[in-house]
Each structure stands twice: as C-alpha cells, then as structure tokens.
Design a protein around this ligand. Structure first.
Ligand SMILES: NC(=O)c1ccc[n+]([C@@H]2O[C@H](COP(=O)([O-])OP(=O)(O)OC[C@H]3O[C@@H](n4cnc5c(N)ncnc54)[C@H](O)[C@@H]3O)[C@@H](O)[C@H]2O)c1
Length: 361
C-alpha cells in the first residue's frame, strides 16, 4: 500500500537491506550534457526503492572520447549484448559536421529496430490537453536517418532514404504485437506515399500486408498522409492511439507529442530489438542547461521504469515489476503534490525532485 504523501517509508532502509534479493546486471550509459546529472538521480531513486539492479557503467559518445576511448567503445556494445538491457542518457551529435550520431550507431549495431515512446498525461502538470494517451512507434534502422548522403558537386547534395520490405514488415509486426500486449486498439501509419510513392508506398504496403495476413484483425489499422495527420494530431490528440512511423517522421513526431504532456522533461522511450533493448529519454543532451543541476530527471526515470517492466516481462527478472510500480507511484505522487522541476512549472532542481520522489517511495 502507498504511504501518505510526504510520509517516511514504512520499512527503514537498514531493515530492508537484510532481505536477500537477486540483483540483475544492467548497463548504464550516462551520456554527456545533462546525461550524467539525470543518470545520477535515477540511480539514487533506484537504490532507495531497492530496485534489484546492479549497474555496470559504460561510456559512449563524447564521454567515451573524454575518457580516452573510441566514440562507441566495443566494451559498451559487448556489455549490452551480454546483459541484454541498458539505460542510456543522451549523447551529443554535432550539427552539420563532425561524427555520426552515436545514438543511431548503437541502435543500428545492436539491431534495436523498434522505438517506443509512450505519451501520457501526468498528474500535476498543466498542459493544453488533458488525458492524452498515445504511443509513437518509430522504425529505428533505416529511412532518411540512415544518414547516407553524398555531395555530388559543390552545392548539390543527395540524401538517400532507404526503405526495405524486410525492415518495414518486422517493424509493423512488432507494432501489432505491442498493441496486443498493451491492450492498444488502433495503429495509424502516417506516410507521404502520395509523393514518395516507392519508399513510403513500400512502408505502408508492408504494414497493410502484415495486418491483413498476420492475423491482427483484433487491432484496427488505418493510414493517413502525414501532413494532414500532423494537423489533426495537434487539433485533437485523442483521435489517435498508436502511431506507426518511419525513422525521421518518428523522430519529429515524438518531440511534437512530448509537447502535449509537458515537454521533453517527461517523455520516456525505449529502443527494442529481438533480444536486447536500450531505454532512453526522448530528449537530448540539453547543452543550454547542462551542469546547472536543473534538468528534469523524470524522462530518464520513466525510461528506467519501462526498463524494469521489460526486465520483469521479457527476462523474468524477479522484483523488477514491483520496483517499477513503486517508483511510478512515487513520482506520480510527487507531481500530484506539486513537486516539480522548472521545465514543467515547478521550482525544484534535479536534486530537489529526486528527494521528493524518494520521500514518497
Ligand atoms: N538520444 C539522444 O541521445 C539524443 C536525442 C536528441 C538529441 N540529442 C542530441 O542532443 C543535443 C542537443 O539537442 P537539442 O538541443 O536539439 O535537444 P534537447 O532535447 O537536448 O533540448 C531541447 C530543449 O529541451 C530542454 N530539455 C531537454 N531535456 C530536458 C530535461 N530533462 N529537463 C529540462 N529541460 C530539458 C533543453 O534545455 C532545450 O531547451 C544534440 O547534439 C542532439 O544531437 C541526443
């Protein structure tokens, strides 16, 4: 049962420590920018909740380079392959120059082909819409995000959009299975197949085929041209349940949808493959606030809760589902009590919000 708001935990920490629990090794990639700050907050909350996790910390991106390593160290990839789950903070990617996104490389190397980004109204956050509850599913391995670009001649660049039947079908299948697992009723595939007749055409044809031939009649399926769909989405997000999107569309729409519920500070996500998964917030490294101690740790914390649920469901890891439920109840209670960071209308900093959640576990 939940304790009253602000009450101390019922079982003192020293007593709870005496209970023997099996811990599960999990990779933590703190990232850079605000990454390490929000990752520390999550660790603190997980520890206070006695989540049965033993972190193995690895680096990627600028943090790895600063530590004298490669941008994407093989040890980081090997650790995720071995432990099968990771929680990852954001990694900076230079704009218009420099190295290729480490985030994209990680997804590609580990074949984490489906990104899931739930968008749900939280208590205590004032937004334009109430009761939003939708999910953005994003194909994670191809599309324009493949980053295949070529300067044909100075002033002329081609960017190649890769769409394959294999990737489109396995992603659509994953989407329908996800709907079943989570009791979701309808998938809307958004596309621009009126213009990108071949690529986007193949994407929706594949989804349609999986729906018809895969026996997913229990999940409704429809399609919408993405520009009109974008307008309808901002007019009434309640018209949508689950969005099925190619890589770049999914990237844009997940930030847009985060706006429905209070912004990037409260938008969690996961990158899922057949036998591995990396959980990460939708937001980036937020260089404008990095080092100030004011970042909202909730997006990464919510991603951590998704990770615990996944470990309980898919890996049969004992104690994870319970820890997920406990942490979720605690942060929702903190928000309901008006305990919030600045980005969502509160006055707490990262440490203050972390403390507020811990007090409500
Ligand atoms: N998965 C990832 O690692 C990932 C995702 C997106 C962007 N990036 C990278 O992050 C860098 C910065 O990108 P950007 O500025 O476009 O996007 P961003 O998400 O980092 O920041 C956008 C705005 O949201 C705010 N914000 C983001 N997260 C917040 C939080 N937890 N609490 C409070 N405010 C928060 C920032 O302060 C900023 O004003 C870029 O190098 C980009 O490539 C990485």
């Amino acid at each position: 049962m939940l304790a009253a708001p602000g009450a101390r935990r019922a079982i003192p920490q020293e007593n709870r420590r005496k209970v023997t629990v099996t811990t599960h090794k999990t990779v933590l990639i703190p990232g850079d920018g605000i990454g390490p700050e929000v990752a520390d907050a999550v660790r603190e909350i997980f520890e206070a909740a006695d989540a049965p996790i033993e972190w193995e910390v690895h680096h990627a991106g600028l943090a790895a380079v600063d530590a004298g390593d490669e941008l994407l160290p093989p040890a980081t990839l090997d650790a995720v392959r071995e432990h099968r789950v990771a929680l990852k903070g954001p990694c900076t990617t230079p704009v218009g120059k420099g190295f290729r996104s480490v985030n994209v490389q990680l997804r590609k190397e580990l074949d984490l082909y489906a990104s899931v980004r739930p968008v749900r109204t939280l208590p205590g956050i004032e937004t334009r819409y109430s009761d939003v509850d939708l999910v953005v599913l994003r194909e994670n391995t191809e599309g324009l995000y493949a980053g295949i670009e070529n300067e044909v001649t100075p002033g002329v660049v081609t960017s190649i959009k890769v769409v394959t039947e294999r990737a489109s079908k396995r992603f659509a299948k994953w989407g329908f299975e996800y709907c079943r697992l989570r009791g979701r009723e309808r998938i809307t595939a958004m596309h621009k197949a009126n213009i990108m007749k071949l690529g986007d055409g193949l994407f929706i044809r594949s989804a349609r085929q999986v729906h018809e031939e895969g026996g997913y009649g229990d999940v409704a399926y429809d399609e919408m041209i993405i520009d009109a769909g974008a307008m309808r989405l901002v007019q009434n997000p309640h018209d949508f349940d689950v969005l099925l999107l190619q890589n770049l569309y999914g990237d844009v729409f997940s930030d847009l949808c985060a706006g429905f519920i209070g912004g990037l500070g409260v938008a969690p996500g996961a990158n899922i493959g057949d036998d591995r998964a990396i959980f990460e917030a939708v937001h980036g490294s937020a260089p404008d606030i990095a080092g100030k101690g004011i970042a909202n740790p909730l997006s990464l914390l919510m991603s951590g809760v998704m990770m615990l649920q996944h470990m309980g469901e898919k890996l049969g890891a004992a104690g994870c589902k319970e820890a997920a439920a406990m942490i979720e109840a605690a942060y929702e209670r903190a928000l309901s009590d008006g305990q919030k960071t600045g980005d969502i209308g509160g006055s707490l900093n990262t440490a203050g919000f972390t403390k507020a959640v811990i007090e409500r576990l």
